[in-house]
Design a protein around this ligand. Structure first.
Ligand code: DGJ
Length: 742
């Protein structure tokens, strides 16, 4: 495995366990062409023909008259701009003279074991035994700019991580106006495109449609990866489903403005590009300076979407999440947001904590409203000192009392924000992102801090550190509740204003890095008005991200389905809340809410002192199930069995221990149906030749497991399916445990 250079053919062969990626240096000019990406190939002798230079439209050296025909059809590894390729370009550089053309040719390459860091950016990592990296240096000799294309092939995971660095080797400044992190030219097969879309409280719903001619893009220009569109797309063969068919997945490890686009050209070929959105972006590069573009994770599966999902889960668990909490059971938390919103005192929080401790809850998280003059969401962001009117005796005292109950304590911050009504804004109005002379947009009555500025980051971190050093805070929820608008930075000169959004993201990453360096054991949970910044980049800093402000069990089925398409369940912040649900008003059984939250990090977000006796009695039972099964949920292999989004009837997925010895089946019948017939659902990930005993997991009975007495072969369960009786009533969840018979 790894990466090899086949010198004679000038081909680079990148191998992962089940895939091969080929690129080659083509023609006298040294164009870098894409040859192949797909199922693993052993012998690639003569594969250079895949660049198709012998077919019309030829290479310029053989037919310069048709240069444009060549540029407009050749499968480029990184597309040019303005020289004859009219498909999407990868790089747009404005020179001092105002020209924007670029075209790259090969200069040199290097193959190294391991993988270097990307300066200031989150990225996958791996040691010398786990990953090999190819760096191809290209140049545009006309403008004196060099481009390094990096490819890291993983040994155990079918992923190639790609990134790009642009170096100004000329004697004049240049302005980067577009730097894609990935360009991939695929053969002209018929594809469907799969993306994730959403809104606040409805994040990451899957959408699949045929890819026609022209361009289809997902993007964000909100300054964050966004609730609305996700930095991900996949191309699927027409027959692809969960278990079969071809899938190319592209996932961008970046938390700001992005674009991911698939384009079917005049010849039916498909070009995918992904990177920082070129709108609202430009970056001045002085001579000798370089620009590092973020990383795209690229995966190919011949085993359908399920293959892609499990590959990405493995990738993020092994090579992206750094937190010491990654493989640990997270403390079961109770968050006071839906319990009290801004209306709380230390006594109220302590009452919740006392009741929670009795039930087995392990950590109290104090959400928004504990600081400054924060009695509602109109003020005080930036004033990170304790509101003594609410928390008499200060945070230290409250935390000690909570610790004395045997519970941990966690705290909410929104570090990137500033309220117009705050002491911070009185002192530093120029720290807010805004354009002089233009009335700035107020979203949730707050402005965004210009965290691209060092002094702003230092100030906020100093205040946060003081709070965190002053009390035993073991968890932080880092929130971000509005998008970026009115893009103006008081600290940037006119020809660098286009750098604001990316500088903002780099600044935010640096803040999280410094927070973790100061508190290495901190459990950090990211959040953005729910799941508005749920992307692989944020996982580099926090092992979990709040999935959505919508805690309704049925809405969560769809949100968590889309999220788990890409992310391990251990990343998905999920809590049990009260009914009628605060976002949609729906009433679902407490057990179903518990089951849905058990498929994530698990916790509560309600006033436990007000729960009915029946629900209160169920809490320790749900907690018992968490302790019994969280190892499986956190580390297991994920299989999607049925999609409620698709069938509008029921939802089902499995998590299996690696090796297929035991697993869990999560099933929800959303609306009751009158048919008396039971349904059969083919399971996945079992051992064909083994037999499995099926248990019912009880979330509201004395005993955790009831042996159903049913023992079936893996073969039958996977092909004929497991019979599930239709439950009685709406929104009924059923959790089953299956174990291989010895
Ligand atoms: C948005 C988050 O998603 C909520 O959980 C809560 O923390 C609020 N912000 C607080 O303002």
């Amino acid at each position: 495995m790894g990466i090899r250079y086949l010198e004679e053919e000038r081909i680079f062969k990148l191998d992962t366990p089940n895939t091969t990626y080929l690129l080659g240096v083509v023609a006298k000019e040294g164009f870098l062409g894409h040859l192949y990406y797909g199922k693993k190939l052993e012998d690639v002798t003569g594969a250079g023909y895949l660049s198709r230079v012998e077919e019309p439209p030829f290479v310029p050296e053989k037919n310069d008259r048709d240069r444009s025909s060549f540029f407009d059809a050749f499968p480029f590894e990184y597309s040019s701009h303005g020289v004859g390729d009219f498909r999407e370009s990868s790089l747009k550089i404005r020179t001092m003279a105002g020209h924007v053309a670029s075209s790259l040719v090969y200069v040199s390459h290097e193959i190294q074991k391991g993988k270097g860091k990307l300066a200031g950016l989150p990225a996958t990592f791996g040691n010398e035994a786990e990953v090999t990296t190819l760096t191809v240096t290209c140049t545009d000799p006309s403008i004196g700019v060099n481009v390094e294309l990096s490819y890291s092939a993983f040994e155990k995971v079918d992923v190639i991580a790609r990134s790009v660095r642009v170096i100004n080797a000329s004697k004049e400044p240049v302005w980067l106006e577009k730097v894609m992190s990935l360009c991939l030219d695929l053969e002209g097969k018929e594809y469907d495109i799969l993306t994730l879309h959403g809104s606040w409280a409805r994040e990451r719903h899957e959408e699949r449609k045929p890819l026609g001619h022209g361009k289809y893009a997902v993007s964000s220009r909100r300054g964050e990866s966004s609730h609305q569109e996700h930095p991900f797309l996949a191309l699927l063969s027409k027959n692809a489903d969960q278990t079969m068919g071809e899938v190319y997945g592209f996932h961008f490890a970046y938390s700001g403005n992005f674009i991911g686009q698939a384009e079917r050209d005049q010849f039916g070929q498909v070009r995918v590009v992904m990177g920082i959105h070129p709108e609202d972006f430009s970056w001045k590069l002085e001579p000798g300076e370089s620009f590092q573009a973020p990383e795209v994770e690229l995966t190919y599966s011949s085993l359908g979407l399920g293959g892609m999902t499990r590959t990405l889960h493995d990738l993020y668990r092994r090579h992206m999440i750094r937190s010491p909490w990654l493989h640990k059971k997270r403390p079961i938390l109770i968050n006071n947001w839906e319990a009290t919103y801004f209306d709380f005192t230390a006594d109220k929080i302590l009452d919740i904590a006392k009741e929670s401790a009795k039930l087995g809850i392990e950590m109290l998280v104090l959400d928004d409203g504990w600081f400054g003059n924060r009695f509602d969401d109109n003020r005080s962001l930036g004033d990170w000192w304790v509101n003594e009117e609410k928390l008499r005796g200060g945070l230290g005292r409250l935390v000690s009392e909570i610790n004395a109950l045997g519970m941990k304590f966690g705290l909410w911050f929104e570090p990137e924000m500033i309220s117009p009504e705050s002491r911070l804004y009185e002192e530093h109005p120029d720290w807010a992102i805004q354009i002089p002379g233009r009335r700035p947009c107020r979203a949730r009555n707050q402005f965004v801090l210009d965290v691209g500025r060092r002094e702003v980051r230092d100030y906020v971190l100093e205040k946060m550190f003081a709070v965190l050093h002053g009390a035993n805070v073991e968890y932080v929820k880092w929130d971000m509740n509005r998008p970026l608008t009115d893009l103006g930075s008081a600290a940037l000169p006119a020809d660098r204003q286009g750098e604001l959004c990316h500088r903002y993201v780099l600044g935010m990453y640096e803040m999280q890095e410094r927070l973790l360096a100061e508190f290495p054991n901190l459990l950090l949970e990211n959040c953005s008005g729910g799941g508005g910044r749920f992307d692989p980049g944020m996982l580099y800093y926090s092992p979990q991200i709040w999935c959505s402000d919508d805690t309704d069990a049925v809405e969560r089925l769809m949100i968590q389905e889309g999220t788990s398409l890409l992310y391990p369940l251990s990343c998905m912040g999920a809590h049990v809340s009260v009914c009628p649900n605060h976002t949609v008003g729906r009433t679902t059984p407490f057990a179903t809410r518990g089951m849905v939250a058990l498929a994530g990090t698990f916790g509560y977000e309600l006033d436990v002192t007000k729960l009915s006796d029946e629900d209160k009695a169920a809490v320790p039972r749900q907690i018992r199930a968490y302790h019994a099964f969280n190892d499986l949920v956190r580390e297991g292999k994920y299989y999607r069995i049925a999609s409620y989004l698709e069938n509008r009837d029921h939802d089902c997925f499995q998590v299996m221990e690696d090796g297929g010895k035991k697993g869990l089946i999560f099933f929800t019948q959303v609306l009751a149906t009158p048919s008396s017939r039971s349904r059969r659902l083919p399971l996945q990930g079992l051992k064909k030749g083994s037999r499995y005993r099926i248990f019912q997991v009880n979330l509201n009975k004395e005993e955790l497991l009831t042996d159903t007495g049913r023992v079936y072969s893996g073969d039958v369960l996977m092909n004929a399916g497991l019979t599930l009786e239709r439950p009685w009533g709406d929104f009924q969840g059923r959790l089953l445990y299956l174990e291989e018979e010895k």
